[in-house]
Design a protein around this ligand. Structure first.
Ligand SMILES: *Cc1c(COP(=O)(O)O)cnc(C)c1O
Length: 431
């Protein structure tokens, strides 16, 4: 498989190069030159999960990784359950939070770290992974890359804007994982990472790559969720509706890619918090990048969702085709709290604030639908957000054992101003 840059001025590359580069030299996102058409979907019920995921991803990887090695990577990536859990008769929750950092980003991070480890087996230069996080990416990447030989990870996160659990997940590992606590917003962090990739001095001295959701090796394996949930549908006579809590739009873009390869889907809802750039655009306004506003669903506080352009590309930049299958919704913090509370009281099911955004949007969307297969992607475990849960339910969430150990571990971060020159200086002064 070849990948081209959405800015169309960089050379076409293979999966390996696109993964290592992260972003194309012309700063565009990489996009596959063909969209494969899968033939396994009719027999999905008879296949095991690893076979499904292997068949889903193999054409995107091409011959950059041997089949045997890719199968091993896929198996390790999905080594925890991804159950489709009914909340009530109309809505099911696809629980993507049973991985090591209790959020869906584990899947992409585990897949990518294993691909990179494979690619740099014979490299002499160390690979430096740069990643900006609004919360969950950092932890998933830190865990995915922890102690992977030849790879160093530098995580930039906005000081005071990630939850205590999230912060511990990215600041306590040590070894090859370094956490930079930036006095600014997520968008500042992302901007600093983007500038580093465009910086010729740095490119000469470092083998830099990004682990943000723009990286194809994180973006594409997220298709697994959609295939695995489809397999679990009891009644496949009607294609499912997916509501996806969205920030940078990587997850939903992977779902739409799965659809483009042949997975039956009736509709996608991009469920957003009040950071509503895409909703405004779909409503016919110009695409206007905004400063991100902090919300209870902090991993979705994104003012410039990078992957939206990829979604448009799947539909050959035709808004009308996109709108046939895709809509977006905006959910406020008050609605998040009310949703967590209502669902807990009525159904005894605890939603985290991100999943609550998805649930609320889905419930609203199906009010006038008779659809049976309505799925919300549960992107994080509620124990990661105890404050919001307590406000909503009045109850304290019991903290699982491994989390309390984590909370006791010592935070190690490097404070940094939101200033690219300072970041570059820090990076350059390292050996
Ligand atoms: C990252 C994240 C999201 C948003 O995912 P995108 O792929 O950036 O749209 C939603 N929920 C949680 C819990 C997350 O960590």
């Amino acid at each position: 498989m070849q990948y081209y840059s959405l800015h169309k001025t960089a050379p076409v590359v293979d999966f390996k190069t696109a993964t290592i580069q992260g972003q194309a030299p012309d700063k565009g996102l990489y996009f596959p030159a063909q969209i494969p058409q899968h033939s396994f979907i009719d027999t999905i019920n008879k296949m095991n999960d690893a076979d499904i995921c292997f068949r889903a991803i193999a054409p995107f990887v091409g011959d950059c990784i041997t089949e045997e090695q890719l199968y091993k990577i896929v198996t390790e990536t999905i080594s925890f359950p991804i159950p489709l859990q009914p909340i009530h008769e109309k809505i099911s929750s696809l629980e993507l939070f049973h991985g090591p950092t209790l959020a869906f980003k584990d899947i992409g991070a585990r897949f990518m770290s294993r691909c990179l480890a494979e690619f740099c087996k014979n490299e002499k230069k160390k690979i430096t992974v740069l990643v900006a996080t609004s919360g969950d990416t950092g932890g998933a990447v830190a865990s995915g890359f922890y102690k992977v030989p030849n790879v160093e990870v530098i995580i930039l996160y906005p000081s005071g804007k990630v939850s205590p659990v999230q912060e511990k997940q990215l600041t306590t590992l040590g070894y090859n994982i370094h956490a930079l606590e930036v006095l600014g917003s997520f968008d500042d962090c992302q901007q600093m990472v983007k500038l580093a990739f465009a910086d010729k001095d740095l490119q000469e001295n470092y083998f830099l790559t990004s682990a943000n959701s723009i990286n194809i090796a994180r973006w594409l394996p997220q298709q697994f969720y959609y295939f695995l949930s489809y397999k679990q549908l009891q009644d496949k006579s009607e294609a499912p509706i997916f509501s996806v809590p969205s920030g940078n739009f990587g997850n939903i873009c992977a779902g739409i890619m799965a659809y483009a390869t042949g997975l039956p889907v009736q509709h996608f809802i991009a469920a957003c918090n009040i950071n509503d750039v895409v909703s405004n655009y779909l409503a016919g306004n110009p695409y206007q990048i905004k400063q991100a506003t902090p919300t209870l669903s902090n991993a979705m506080d994104v003012g410039n969702p990078s992957n939206f352009n990829r979604i448009l590309e799947i539909f050959k930049q035709e808004m009308s085709s996109l709108k046939r299958i895709f809509s977006s919704a905006t959910v406020t913090d008050n609605e998040i709290i009310a949703t967590i509370k209502g669902v807990y009281q009525k159904h005894g099911y605890l939603l985290d604030p991100h999943t609550a955004v998805g649930y609320h949007a889905l419930e609203k969307f199906i009010t006038n639908h008779t659809s049976k297969n309505n799925i919300v992607l549960a992107t994080a475990h509620p124990v990661k957000f105890p404050e919001a849960i307590q406000i909503a339910t009045g109850e304290k969430t019991p903290i699982p054992n491994h989390l309390s150990l984590l909370m006791e571990a010592e935070k190690k971060s490097i404070l940094l101003e939101a200033n690219y020159a300072k970041f570059k200086e820090w990076l350059s002064n390292r050996n």
